[in-house]
Write a protein that binds this ligand. Sequence first.
Ligand SMILES: C[S@@+](CC[C@H](N)C(=O)[O-])C[C@H]1O[C@@H](n2cnc3c(N)ncnc32)[C@H](O)[C@@H]1O
Length: 281
Amino acid sequence: MTAQFPPTPAQAAFWKQAGGQAWVDLQDLMDRLNQPICDAVVAEGFPGAGGAVLDIGCGAGATTLEMARRVGPQGRSLGVDVSAPLLEAARAAAKAQGIANAQFLEGDAQTFDLGEAAYDAAISRFGVMFFSDSNAAFANLRRALKPGAKLAFACWRSPADNPLAGAPVEAAAPFLPPMPQADPDAPGRWAFAKPERVQGILTRSGWRDIEIVPLDVPTPIALPDLMTLSLRMGALGAVLQQADEPTQAKVRAAVAERLAASETDGMVAMSSACWLVTARG
Ligand SMILES: C[S@@+](CC[C@H](N)C(=O)[O-])C[C@H]1O[C@@H](n2cnc3c(N)ncnc32)[C@H](O)[C@@H]1O
């Protein structure tokens, strides 16, 4: 079984602080790697030129900005996120790219009043797996959409389907304090891995025409970049920050050895195994 660290107890606090900062620091790399997933989500959610779109858990704004370009100047794209550092990066990117029809809002998408029947679509790339009450969150999002409007998001399939995501955690585990077994459904990266769970949440929160299809994206990555991602991001990144330097060194060596086994000519042939989920409000 793939080792997992427990999800960060307070997701909002995690994303506002170390988790969000790691994404800001590694934003260019993450955006390059995840561009095909941005393209898939935006293509599915695009409501037509002039539409108004919500981007949930928008982070540094790549999908919000791509959607703003697609809907054009008569349309608008609103990114919502809990993380101030990530929103700052998103606003800076909009300014640098001269995109005026993208706005960014700091708020918790599960409770924030996003208005009623105000949007033509909602999208998300990996931003909807962190809610403490997913039923309430998706009901809140549905209220903000016009009747029949489309929801399109990407979320991760299981750690078993994404072995290179679990490998660094497994390699690090012998050097770190023992962790209680994580609840696989707890808020966090893997919370939407089970399609029947996603189907249940969306059905309970009033969505219809739900479709959940595999999205497999080749995401080849240079070994040093994969090392950086593995050691800085997610739960392992958070745990390592608390560890002393000798422990960090042992973990770095163990993770490097494990990942080197998947390397050819400096590259690792990683693939991202996701679900592409669509539904109508
Ligand atoms: C894995 S990152 C994805 C960021 C971005 N969508 C991307 O693809 O680059 C998850 C994002 O969800 C945000 N998030 C977590 N919980 C949230 C909540 N309750 N409301 C809004 N955003 C949330 C985090 O701050 C973070 O930016």
